[in-house]
Ligand binder design. Structure first.
Ligand code: AFD
Ligand code: MN
Ligand code: MN
Length: 431
């Protein structure tokens, strides 16, 4: 169960007292700057207030690579300790009120107890994640050669049954969606029949889709490669779109920023999926070479901005447009809580900057084919320092003006290190 240390409201108030005057001055300055462009800072702050990002339960532990994992002190050892860390992130950042669970890693003994523990932390459960990319103790069939697409119907049935269990558990936890990502694919040309594997994938997905309760959404997460290095069954957005369309209205596509070839124009994929009515949600992270799972905004913040530029455009055309936002990162060399807080801020920042784009003016410039002026318009929004808005949001919502500094000063990690002596064998490895 969760330990006893938690950051107190008094500590937070003290932290904020020291930074408040500077923040107010910066906020007032930005308000003037934005007013010159006919933008109301309070309107911007209000729109951002409604932005929510889910934390992946597996993100609060140290990740790892195929080579090694270097655990940090005080890592959570079970789902309750993960919730405590997620609650702390939300306490300081006020942008992450939801947690995305991975089953069976987070399988609870009693769903009601887990749900109550989340509520006590001010958290709700976002998308449930099924796991058929590794074998679980005691399972009858191995996923070594695939799960939902396996050549043996008995293996497929086992993988389908797992997904049905995850949906049923999610219902008891108050979740309303499931994300299906499988590692199924091939390492050798000739190993698999590409068409037959995709047919089996769709057939298995149909069985899961039929079990979706009303109001639930199933997200399909495509991935170019890894763990299969020659071919992956759901390898790109086109395949993902086709499957989602075949399945029906309760199925949509999820875009993980790391699951594309280098230099792919991801914002265009986002625009296409929006246009086709199948954009479901995101896994935010950043990458340099592949599925690196680096911290959001650490490598290519402009790309993140351009993704949000499409999302803001979509929301303007359709006010009901509401994709699910989640972080999906692997923290190998940082304190995971710090990385998740910093990344939540980066995603919020990209959204805030995208909200600054004068869309009517942009449309005019596009109509006139004024390429440079149109580009400058986007750049101006991207280069605006919106940090005071993000900090003010946190302050007003009861969070920390500077979450990282507050976290470091609070002694949270040291307290958890003594409350949570390391448990052997925990951890998710590559995420
Ligand atoms: C994978 C995918 C997917 C999955 C996760 C598991 O991004 O989101 O749930 O990692 O760790 O690469
Ligand atoms: Mn992902
Ligand atoms: Mn990934």
């Amino acid at each position: 169960m969760a330990g006893t240390f938690s950051i107190t409201p008094d500590f937070l108030a003290e932290h904020n007292r020291a930074l408040r005057a500077d923040l107010e001055a910066d906020y007032a300055h930005l308000a003037k700057q934005l007013a010159r462009a006919k933008l109301d800072i309070e309107e911007l702050t209000d729109k951002l207030q409604r932005f929510a990002l889910a934390i992946p339960s597996w993100g609060v532990g140290t990740g790892g690579t195929r080579f090694a994992r270097f655990p940090g002190p005080g890592e959570p050892r079970d789902v309750f300790e993960k919730l405590a860390d997620c609650g702390t992130i939300q306490q300081l950042c006020r942008a992450t009120p939801a947690v995305s669970l991975h089953i069976p890693w987070d399988e609870p003994k009693d769903a009601g107890v887990l749900r109550a523990a989340a509520e006590a932390q001010g958290l709700r459960f976002d998308a449930m994640n099924s796991n058929t990319f590794q074998d679980q103790p005691g399972q009858k069939h191995s996923y070594k050669f695939g799960s939902l697409t396996h050549t043996d119907a008995a293996v497929r049935a086992q993988a389908i049954a797992h997904n049905l269990h995850v949906i049923e558990l999610g219902q008891r936890l108050g979740s309303t969606s499931i994300t299906v990502w499988v590692g199924d694919g091939a390492n050798f040309p000739g190993q698999a029949n590409h068409r037959a594997a995709l047919e089996r994938y769709l057939e298995s997905l149909r069985a899961i889709y039929r079990a979706l309760p009303p109001g639930w959404v199933m997200y399909l997460e495509h991935k170019l490669y890894e763990p299969a290095f020659y071919a992956t069954v759901n390898n790109d957005w086109g395949t993902s779109y086709w499957c989602a369309r075949e399945l029906g209205p309760q199925c949509r596509c999820l875009v993980d920023l790391g699951h594309h070839a280098p230099n792919t124009n991801i914002e265009m994929i986002v625009a296409r999926l929006v246009q086709l009515g199948k954009l479901g949600g995101f896994h935010f992270n950043d990458s340099k070479y592949g599925d690196d799972d680096l911290d959001s905004g650490s490598i290519n913040p402009f790309q993140l901005f351009l993704v949000f530029n499409e999302l803001v455009d979509a929301a303007q055309r359709d006010p009901a447009f509401a994709p699910a936002y989640m972080l999906d990162q692997s923290h190998n060399v940082t304190d995971p809580i710090e990385s998740l807080m910093s990344s939540a801020g980066e995603v919020q920042r990209a959204f805030a900057q995208a909200l600054l784009v004068d869309r009517a003016r942009l449309a005019e410039l596009q109509q006139q084919n004024d390429a440079l002026a149109a580009h400058r318009l986007l750049k101006q929004a991207f280069q605006t320092d919106v940090a005071p808005v993000l900090a003010m949001l946190r302050l007003r919502a009861g969070g920390a003006i500077d979450p990282l500094a507050a976290f470091r000063q609070s002694g949270y990690r040291a307290a958890k290190a003594s409350e949570r002596p390391a448990a052997a064998g925990h951890g998710s490895g590559i995420v």
